[in-house]
Design a protein around this ligand. Structure first.
Ligand code: PRP
Length: 181
């Protein structure tokens, strides 16, 4: 049987979210920041992050559709839900759950810049630099987690487990199936 193993607890996450929110608040003080959450995975992280910021922000969301498990270029990614705000001349912070190959964030950086944003930075809940295929600048990284299939705190496996308050690794059994409790 497989199982799920806690990798980052709720309190550890909260501590790091507070720290990163402090840094972002300092970096963007006196500026008008548009925070764009990348659906769906970033929704929990985004909600916690913005409530710890000490600067006023406006919020928006964006979602992409990606095709193929091993994306190597933005050619396999398209917009599923566009942003609703005008970002022209504005500072944008893209909030992602995981930056893996980098394909998604490369596509989104290029897209937001093509809309005329003055600047775009990336804040990732989890960065997996060892998996990178496309170079992308990730300015803020909240957590560093060892290799493994992660669920919880917004992350899913076949759309399940997003609601778990901590981050867990799904351990696959010999048959290749996951059996989380
Ligand atoms: C995941 C994750 C990132 C992307 C990272 O999205 O949320 O958006 O993949 O991968 P990349 O760096 O290799 O492009 P997913 O397609 O699982 O959607 P979800 O957020 O709705 O779960």
């Amino acid at each position: 049987m497989g199982s799920r193993v806690l990798r980052v607890s709720e309190s550890e996450i909260a501590e790091r979210v507070s720290e990163i929110a402090k840094t972002i608040s300092l970096d963007y003080r006196g500026r008008e920041l548009i925070v764009v959450g990348v659906l769906k995975g970033a929704f929990v992280f985004l909600a916690d992050l913005v409530r710890k910021l000490t600067i006023p922000v406006v919020l928006d969301f964006i979602q992409v559709a990606s095709y193929g498990a091993s994306m190597t270029s933005s050619g396999t990614i398209s917009l599923k839900l566009p942003i609703s705000m005008d970002v022209k001349g504005k500072d944008v912070l893209l909030v992602e759950d995981i930056v893996d190959t980098g394909g998604t964030i490369r596509f989104l950086l290029d897209h937001i810049l093509s809309l005329g944003a003055a600047s775009v930075a990336v804040c990732a809940m989890i960065d997996k630099p060892e998996r990178r295929k496309v170079e992308v600048p990730v300015r803020y990284v909240c957590l560093r987690v060892p290799e493994g299939f992660l669920v919880g705190y917004g992350l899913d496996h076949a759309e399940r487990y997003r609601e778990l308050p901590g981050i867990y690794e799904l351990i696959t059994d010999a048959s290749g199936e996951n059996h989380p409790e």
